[in-house]
Design a protein around this ligand. Structure first.
Ligand SMILES: Cc1cc2nc3c(=O)[nH]c(=O)nc-3n(C[C@H](O)[C@H](O)[C@H](O)COP(=O)(O)OP(=O)(O)OC[C@H]3O[C@@H](n4cnc5c(N)ncnc54)[C@H](O)[C@@H]3O)c2cc1C
Ligand code: FES
Ligand code: FES
Length: 1364
């Protein structure tokens, strides 16, 4: 065995090209290899930890034994290059290109409008492409499974799914039109007889999928695999050596010599440890060539499955065995298949190994509880020989620890057949339905002797309720030998509760929920057993009828296990609902919009569903994002050092060790800033780099510069900061109120006389709701590159930001140079949502100081964890309300108080408070309305703008109030909303005149389209028939003000050049961040210049083409920039008028050429002076908006009352956006905003430790909606015949308004929870904070199981996470 002499040569293929590396570094992952070494930047980095799918590639390997090629998707961020010897990698660039031929997957996702910012698109394309390589005609289930691990923050997934759906063979029709008619043919969705409803895309124009055109697997690799060397391979890097033995014997010897070296298979545990925890392994053993680890063999008792098999491989093997063997023998196999289907994502399962999952010993491993309950065992080998170890409670000894000795290797896992009378089940509950580690996960097995209900064996294991997989051994002992009946089981619940007691401050939190899940999942098992007993035992004595079976609060709990004798009858329907899965099939949906008028020229694109102008470039990976810019000579990478204390004096900053780290060039501190050292906003200063004191964990202290990112990271880790803690940090809103810790000014507004009005109302009710914050989670993290030009202190800033002018001015101030020396360039942004304005600029200032000091280009691209830690989020809000109303439902007085958790600096917090107060009426005309708002100053990272800018939090409070009024009055919530809506010419609480007609039209249309009344009745019936599943429905309106309240922001400029060949270059002040702004601007220019869009190009947004721009925000980008582009184009068109008159039949090109010869300027600026919006806070009145966008949304959910899991069954949204300039872009904004709102209100949770450290710093801890979260039917209708005199072409702003409509899912959940509570005899208003996570929903349901959990006394323990 040649283990230590010289490194071997690594050989693999990328997109058909051979790659050989004689000095492959084991620390290099495929992602950085592709992006940096091969300049294949189509593959993106979104998280670096396997959680987002942006880096998905296809890996293909030849299997010599089967003589086939295996294709699988994988996350390039977790794939060590050394693991790829002999593999062929296909990236998004390898499957198609706009230069040659695009691939049908790329085409269909793009043309179905599935690419907005485009940052997720290459990953989506590759997941779908790999699926098609393996299955050219997939089912919808295959598609949703393939896309489950790919996150998109923009689109809301519907268009991606619809694009992919076109590859399906199965009938995709929604049958919405009845008589077998399909919505997609537009037969029903027509305005007038004979009028065909317009479609978002035409699938007839798609290229066919032709599997024969795919790249072939390199024959050289087949030869390599067939003549594989028996030598151990070694790759040596800077700090790590990678060894790949060829035989089991070599492996054993290696492990004996290096017992601490991990065996890296999928690298899904070791990889994140190295990356995120900084663990260093000098030696890594990769046993992927050891055949014994991949063998599957049969014995009479079951199967031995190689520990090296991937989880996908294990799933396929088990699925095959399930088909092959009688059902009674495959109980365990089926339970494992079920868990494997929910474990991680396809990309993770394709590489993660069975042995790796077992040995990693995660506390919430999904496999270990089932394997342990199923009596599995391991065959392990070491130098001392082989042994078999049962996988039982003794195997798992702690967090990530097992009884395996360091030198032992798991060769295979024995998975036994089940016996007659045996049942195995697995259950899990996770924060998100797919691609999420479980909160609690279980494996349960029971064995009954034939014809008996006496329990012979019982084995119950849980994950997620302690540091390791645990056995509920005492519970099992209490049951074994007894009949499976009420008496036995009701005792068992108590034993279980006691046995698996979690301390109230247990790591991971959710203690009550996890404890309740241990019971309710066991109850689900009970239901399954009862159902199976009936089948297994056959006829016998009758089931005793249960009169309150599952009907009546706590009685029900005891009577659930009511079977006194042998079970013969079906479980009652109502109770069966406890084990019925939630529906999951995504159905085709409707998107209705109006056709352009008949007379409109074919060439005029305005009003048509034009594809995002960069969609094809994005789908082929050609689109250039900031970090895709090639590395320039001498470029340095910047990594920030941030505070680890929430409130402390800085007593020392020692960078000496950092400067010794190889590659480190310099460290930037506040002393290096040549100009202004702070950013000033609304009168408050924010330090760029802290000097004397820190006020939150994550505050930036200094920045390390090095030749590579890896070196800069190591340097940053070596910086030593001395702190002296300051007393009493403030974290929560309550603490801020107590300490009077606020940012000034507080804001207040009142209409009517609230105090007096309360005296004359029939009823008064007081309540409160907390709305959690929200991480922007733009897929492209903060990215910038600052390049010193080299003369006259000139700098170019390439950046992903929403407000280039602000960055330009700030960089200039920081470097003490005039603004004319700084040009800021924004090509495109991979998502922003308000999060790329102020903090981005602070980061740009720091990066520019580094470039200034070193005279070298400096790049700063935050990792996902840094981004989440540093850049803040949407403001969490505590809303309190007192409402006075009449018995007929009229709300007469309301007093609302808002507290936002602003964090440590002001940022835009007071502006957010203002917007909160301006929107607190939502759609309701409340004659006496008072609102007060305060921004709490806390020692958490500063919160900032986020799509909706406080409105989604604001309206939530008034809608919750309306809900409570309805509950108090015992009336349906929609009626109370209707009674109180604005009607006729109206005045808002700040005396803004408006006509709510279109609001009411949206509302009525939404009720009609959703078939509200009939479905409401059906829901009531469903709820009566189902004890444990409840459905809920809600309909919610929105009235959203468009434009900036600060008048000067309502302006825009554009610059349009016509070149001599007739091509047109448009520049304007708005940034393209996926919202389709450039596409719309192209449409505007096309209409105004009367030329096809294809002649128009938009290259970038830059401060040297259009100066003094305003932020792309407030849903105002199209309104403002559209008018400016229109203005410039009109000027140019007018200038060409004389030329056109001379030659009316001439072509555009000839007119342009002649104009040049006639010395007519072919370049024009355009300008738009927008409305003079303003708000006088002293007089409490004003006109802060140009107009309102209206909408209404109806959602229906089904909730599992035992686990809090839910599914949105259907969503109907009606939105008034005037006359849409581009229905596909606008519907994309509606769907994307809705899903982001769904995330805000039901899923996304920021978690902070008691000392103010953000726990949730990546997709594994912070769940944004994935494809599994979209409504199963997702219909969007643009209100017809609406006009808006205040915006370009009668359109309306749409970027933000619909986010709030995601709350319709929240209120539907609340409705379902209310139905569940009524089963427990609970009526009346109840609190439910946002987000309504499964945890909150489950606890609010007050099931007999949650009621059993003793509540810990607040103050008697330190909770794991803060309630900020
Ligand atoms: C994004 C993401 C989502 C995930 N979601 C889930 C989930 O929902 N449920 C769940 O259960 N898990 C989940 N996981 C965990 C994943 O299943 C495990 O990380 C994986 O199974 C480990 O296998 P691996 O081959 O990648 O291990 P590696 O990282 O390669 O190795 C892990 C450890 O196992 C040891 N090891 C590996 N093979 C052997 C062997 N044959 N003998 C002895 N020791 C061995 C190694 O020495 C090492 O210490 C997720 C992981 C990620 C990254
Ligand atoms: S970057 Fe690889 S999964 Fe997110
Ligand atoms: S288009 Fe998917 S993240 Fe932007």
């Amino acid at each position: 065995m040649s283990e230590v002499k010289g490194g071997d040569t690594l050989c693999f293929f990328v997109n058909g090209k051979k790659v050989t590396e004689s000095d492959a570094d084991p620390e290099t992952m495929l992602l950085s290899f592709l992006r940096q070494r091969m300049r294949l930047t189509g593959t993106k980095s979104g998280c670096g930890g396997g959680g987002c799918g942006a880096c998905t590639v296809m890996v293909s390997r030849y299997q010599p034994a089967a003589k086939t090629v295996l294709h699988y998707s994988a996350n390039a961020c977790l794939l060590p290059v050394c693991q790829l010897h002999g593999a062929a990698v296909t990236t998004v660039e390898g499957i198609g290109s706009t230069k040659t031929r695009i691939h049908p997957v790329q085409e269909r996702i793009a043309k179905a409008h599935g690419s907005q910012c485009g940052f997720c698109t290459p990953g989506m394309v590759m997941s779908m492409y790999t699926l098609l390589r393996n299955k050219p005609q997939p089912s919808m289930e295959d598609i949703t499974e393939a896309l489950a691990g790919n996150l998109c923050r923009c689109t809301g997934y519907r268009p991606i799914v619809d694009g992919c759906r076109t590859f399906c063979q199965e009938a995709n029709c929604c049958q919405a039109n009845g008589n077998g008619g399909c919505c997609l043919t537009g037969d029903e969705a027509t305005d007038k007889p004979g009028h065909v409803a317009p479609q978002l895309f035409d699938k007839e124009e798609f290229l066919p999928l032709d599997p024969t055109q795919e790249l072939i697997f390199p024959p050289e690799l087949i030869l390599m695999a067939e003549t594989a060397s028996q030598q151990t391979q070694t790759f040596r890097g800077e700090r790590m050596t990678w060894v790949t033995p060829a035989s089991l014997e070599d492996l054993v010897q290696l492990k004996t010599r290096h017992p601490q070296a991990p065996l890296v298979m999928g690298n899904t545990n070791i990889g994140p440890d190295i990356k995120f925890k900084g663990v260093l392994h000098p030696v890594i053993i990769s046993p992927t060539r050891v055949m014994e680890l991949f063998e599957v063999s049969e014995t009479p008792q079951g199967f031995w499955v190689g520990a090296g098999c991937s989880l996908s491989g294990v799933k396929s093997v088990l699925e095959r065995l399930v088909r092959q063997f009688p059902t009674e023998k495959t109980e365990l196999f089926r339970a494992l298949v079920q868990q494997l289907g929910n474990l991680g994502s396809q990309q993770i399962r394709n590489v993660a190994s069975l042995g790796g999952n077992i040995v990693s010993a995660y506390p919430n491993s999904d496999l270990n509880p089932v394997l342990a309950a199923g009596n599995c065992k391991l065959s392990v080998i070491s130098n001392g020989g082989r042994r078999e170890i049962p996988l039982n409670q003794d195997f798992f000894v702690g967090f990530g620890k097992t009884i395996l000795k360091p030198d032992e290797i798991v060769v295979s896992v024995f998975i036994p057949f089940s016996r007659k009378g045996e049942m195995v089940r697995a259950f899990r509950q996770a924060p998100r339905k797919e691609s999420a580690f479980a909160t609690v996960t279980t494996g349960m097995r029971v064995f009954f002797p034939e014809g008996s209900r006496l329990v012979r064996e019982l084995s119950v294991y849980y994950g997620g309720v302690g540091p390791a997989t645990v056995s509920a051994a005492e519970t099992c002992t209490a049951i074994v030998g007894r009949p499976w009946d009420e008496q036995t089981l009701s005792r068992a619940y108590d034993v279980l509760l006691e046995e698996l007691a979690l301390p109230p401050s247990a790591p991971g939190g959710k203690v009550e929920f996890r404890r309740s899940l241990t019971l309710s999942l066991f109850f689900k098992f009970n239901l399954e057993v009862l159902q199976r007993l009936r089948e297994m035992v056959g006829t016998g004595s009758a089931l005793k009828t249960c009169h309150c079976f599952g009907r009546n609060a706590s009685d029900c709990f005891n009577s659930l296990i009511y079977f006194q004798d042998v079970i013969t009858d079906e479980l009652p329907e109502a109770v069966q609902s406890g084990i019925k899965p939630l529906p999951k099939q995504i159905e085709p949906s409707l998107q209705e919009f109006q056709n352009v008028s008949e007379g409109q020229s074919d060439q005029d694109p305005v009003g048509r569903p034009i594809m995002h102008r960069s969609a094809l470039s994005q789908a082929t990976g050609e689109a250039v994002y900031c970090d895709d810019l090639p590395k320039t000579e001498g470029e340095l990478f910047l990594v920030l050092v941030t505070s680890t204390r929430s409130h402390a004096k800085i007593t020392g900053l020692d960078v000496s060790e950092a400067l010794q780290v190889p590659g480190v060039v310099d460290v930037i501190t506040h002393k290096d800033i040549p100009g202004k050292k702070v950013r000033t906003f609304c009168g408050y200063d924010e330090e760029l780099l802290a000097e004397k004191e820190v006020s939150c964990v994550g505050q930036m202290l200094c920045a390390v510069l090095a030749d590579t990112k890896a070196h800069a990271k190591r340097g940053a880790a070596a910086v030593k900061i001395g702190y002296e803690d300051l007393p009493d940090p403030v974290f929560t809103v309550e603490e801020a109120i107590e300490n009077k810790s606020f940012f000034e000014p507080h804001r207040a507004i009142e209409r009517g006389n609230v105090t007096e009005a309360f005296k004359s109302v029939d009823q008064v009710y007081e309540g409160e709701i907390r709305i959690g914050g929200q991480e922007h989670f733009y897929m492209e993290t903060q990215s910038m590159l600052v390049v010193p030009v080299g003369e006259e202190r000139e700098f170019k800033v390439y950046i992903s930001c929403q407000w280039p002018t602000y960055t330009q001015d700030a960089v200039a101030e920081t470097l003490a140079v005039p603004s004319n020396r700084v040009t800021c360039h924004v090509k495109r942004i991979g998502g922003a949502f308000g999060g790329k304005v102020l903090k981005t600029t602070v980061l740009a200032c720091i990066t520019s100081v580094a470039a200034w000091k070193t005279d070298l280009p400096v790049r700063c691209v935050l990792e996902r964890g840094e981004d989440m830690l540093i850049t803040g989020a949407r403001h969490p809000v505590l809303g309190k309300y007192k409402v006075g109303f009449m018995n007929d439902g009229r709300v007469v007085a309301a007093d609302l108080q808002y507290y936002t958790n602003a964090g440590n600096t002001l940022d835009e917090s007071v502006l957010v408070i203002e917007k909160i107060l301006l929107h607190m009426d939502n759609a309701y005309n409340i004659p006496n309305l008072r609102g007060r708002g305060s921004a709490c100053r806390t020692n958490l990272p500063s919160n900032t703008a986020f799509r909706g800018f406080g409105v989604p939090q604001s309206i939530m409070v008034v809608e919750n109030m309306m809900n409570d009024v309805a509950v108090v009055l015992g009336r349906p919530a929609h009626q109370i909303r209707e009674i109180n809506m604005y009607k006729g010419p109206s005045l808002t609480h700040y005396k803004f005149e408006f006509d709510p007609e279109n609001l009411l039209r949206c509302w009525e249309e939404c009720k009609t389209k959703s078939d509200y009344d009939a479905r409401r009745r059906a829901i009531d019936q469903f709820n009566q028939q189902n004890r444990w599943k409840k459905r809920g429905m809600s309909i919610i309106p929105i009235k959203y003000g468009i434009a900036f309240g600060e008048s000067f922001f309502n302006q825009a400029a554009a610059l349009v050049h016509i070149y001599k060949d007739g091509s047109v270059l448009v520049s304007h002040g708005g940034a393209e961040m996926g919202q389709g702004l450039h596409t719309k601007m192209q449409q505007v220019a096309s209409r105004e210049l009367h030329i096809p869009s294809s002649k128009i190009y938009i290259s970038e947004t830059s401060t040297n083409t259009v100066p003094n721009t305003c932020p792309s925000a407030a849903s105002y980008g199209t309104d403002a920039n559209g008018m400016a582009v229109k203005n410039a184009c009109e000027k140019l068109y007018r200038r060409l008028e004389p030329i056109r008159q001379q030659n009316p039949k001439g072509s555009w090109e000839s007119w342009v050429r002649n104009a040049f010869f006639e010395k007519i300027s072919l370049s024009a600026t355009g300008f738009y002076r927008g409305p003079d919006c303003c708000m006088d806070w002293d007089r409490m009145e004003g006109r802060p908006y140009a107009y309102f966008t209206y909408g209404a949304c109806c959602c229906e959910v089904e909730l599992d009352g035992l686990t809090g899991d839910y599914r949105t069954l259907r969503t109907d949204i009606v939105v008034d956006i005037g006359r849409s300039i581009n229905p596909s872009v606008d519907i994309g904004q509606i769907e994307g905003a809705f899903i982001q709102g769904l995330g805000l209100y039901t899923l996304e949770e920021l978690k902070f430790s008691p000392s103010g450290v953000l726990y949730s710093r990546g997709p594994s801890q912070y769940k944004i909606p994935a494809v599994c979260d979209i409504p199963l039917r997702f219909n969007v209708y643009l209100l017809p015949d609406s006009h808006n005199p205040h915006a370009i072409y009668s359109s309306k702003g749409i970027g933000e308004p619909v986010l709030f409509l995601g709350s319709s899912v929240f209120y539907a959940i609340k409705d379902a929870v209310a139905a569940a509570r009524s089963e427990s005899g609970l009526v009346g208003p109840f609190p439910l904070d946002s987000p309504a996570t499964p945890e909150r929903a489950c606890l609010a349901c007050a099931s007999p199981f949650t009621l059993k959990i003793p509540a810990s006394k607040p103050g008697s323990f330190k909770p794991w996470a803060l309630n900020i």
